[in-house]
Design a protein around this ligand. Structure first.
Ligand SMILES: [Zn+2]
Length: 66
């Protein structure tokens, strides 16, 4: 059994039938986080999806100067 009640993944998984779906059509770009309701394309049951944005940083020295 999983320790966490909610599993987080980088793709949407239907909680009813575990069908995997792309998420691009459901997120408004610029939203940092939020939630939406969608219908599984396989089993046609509705479920709720929460999403979060994560930033990654890479710092480099500038190439300008002597
Ligand atoms: Zn489903």
């Amino acid at each position: 059994m999983s320790k966490k009640e909610t599993e987080t993944t980088d793709i949407i998984k239907c909680p009813h039938c575990n069908h995997l779906m792309e998420y691009v059509d459901y997120i408004v770009f610029g939203d940092m986080s939020g939630e939406f309701e969608m219908e599984c394309e396989k089993c046609k049951k509705r479920f709720n999806v929460e999403f979060y944005s994560i930033y990654y940083f890479a710092s480099n020295k500038l190439e300008i100067g002597e």
